[in-house]
Each structure stands twice: as C-alpha cells, then as structure tokens.
Design a protein around this ligand. Structure first.
Ligand code: ZN
Ligand code: ZN
Length: 227
C-alpha cells in the first residue's frame, strides 16, 4: 500500500501476531521489519508480504537492505530468507544480537529458526545511514527499553517516524521481555517526543498516527498513562 512517494506500508491484518512491514524506495530499496515467516496461528506471513509487495510492483529480489527495528522474531524471522533470495544486507543494533537467542523461550520454535539463521552484516548505530547518492534519507535513533537494541527510523524528508515496538497508537512496547526496562523505555519515548516535524507515526503493530498534532498528542497521552 503506497503511503507517499518512496514509502509503502504493509500493516499486518491477520489473526495471529506479526509486525507491520514498511518499504522505502528510491535509489535503494529498503525493507523495514520483514516479520514472521509463519506465526503462532500458522498464518503464512512472509507469503502474504510477498503477495502484497507484488501488488505494488515489488519483489523480494529487489531488496537491497533489510532494516530491523529490533531482534524479536515477529520482526526479523523472515530476514534470513529474504537475504538469501536478494543478497540484501541485514542491519540490526548490536545490542539485540544476544536477544535473538534469549527470546526463544518466550516465542517457541519459530524463534529458534531466526536464531540459527539471522546474521546481521551491518550493526546499526545512532545517526544517518549512508545509503549513497539519491537514496531516501534514513536516520537511526537508538531507543532501548522494549529491548536493548531497539531503534526507530526517522525519514526526515518525508516527516515519518517508524517506531517499531517502542511506541504505538495509544500504547507502548512491553518492557518485561529479556533486556527490557521500563525506565529506559520512558527515556527513549522522551527522546522521540522531542523530535520536531513528525507528521506520520508508523508503529510496528496496529494503526498509524497521522498529522503532526495527533502525533504530539499521542506522545502526551502515553506519557500521562504509562509514566
Ligand atoms: Zn518486540
Ligand atoms: Zn513486535
């Protein structure tokens, strides 16, 4: 689903759990959070993503880079399969690499596959990604709390924030999973709330928040209810 020039969204609409995926196009094709291969309901999450990408004229083979907001299997499990098909690079924050192993007992065997196969080639750090001339600008913001290596992606030109499991519409990510911490999450949310010029918030699950005023109010409500 095309949101704007250079930005497509694939919000998950199944019964079981999976993340929302996003595609940034331009000189480089960047897939953010490819999600599960299958989820706990046996839904074929990756097949669904492939079908929806193809409806918009894209294929996995075109993907140059897979950006992971964090290392949980509902966001990264399909990364290894796509990497194999496309030769894409996989980027994750270093602090979430051990989380992939630890999370196994929380998410069952699906996480085991992700653990075995996911090997990031790039470690994400706070700051602008260097994607080369003509590529859409993407800034990495380290936002630990849901997991130690959670990051958000800011697209400054498009005024879009892709927030993973740090911030949702009217809610926040869990802090009770391995490496999670509520106080740290609060500080990360403060960091995001201070960003100027975000007109569209695209979370890792559930709905979007659109309009600068609604994004600002969403942060205010979250701070009021959770911290
Ligand atoms: Zn998560
Ligand atoms: Zn998630």
């Amino acid at each position: 689903m095309k949101l704007m020039e250079h930005l497509y969204a694939y919000p998950w609409r199944g019964r079981g759990n999976n993340c929302n995926s996003y595609l940034v196009t331009g000189e480089k094709t960047v897939l953010i959070d490819p999600g599960h291969i299958h989820n706990e309901w046996g839904e074929r999450c990756l097949d669904t993503l492939v079908r929806r990408l193809s409806e918009d004229g894209f294929s996995l083979e075109q993907v140059d880079l897979i950006l992971c907001t964090h290392g949980h299997p509902d966001h990264v499990e399909a990364a290894s399969v796509i990497k194999e098909k496309s030769g894409a690079q996989v980027a994750l924050h270093r602090e979430d690499e051990p989380i992939i192993a630890e999370i196994e007992r929380y998410f069952g065997s699906a996480a085991g596959q992700a653990k075995a196969a996911l090997k990031p080639n790039i470690y994400l750090q706070e700051g602008d990604l260097d994607l080369g001339e003509g590529a859409e600008q993407i800034r990495v913001i380290h936002t630990p709390g849901h997991s130690p290596g959670s990051v958000c992606f800011l697209l400054p030109r498009l005024k879009v924030l892709i927030s993973g499991d740090t911030v949702f519409e009217n809610s926040i990510g869990r802090s009770d999973l391995p490496g999670g911490d509520m106080a740290t999450l609060g500080r990360s949310i403060d960091k995001l709330a201070a960003l100027q010029d975000v007109e569209l918030l695209l979370p890792g699950h559930m709905g979007f928040v659109s309009g600068a005023e609604d994004v600002r109010r969403n942060f205010e409500r979250i701070k009021y209810f959770f911290f």
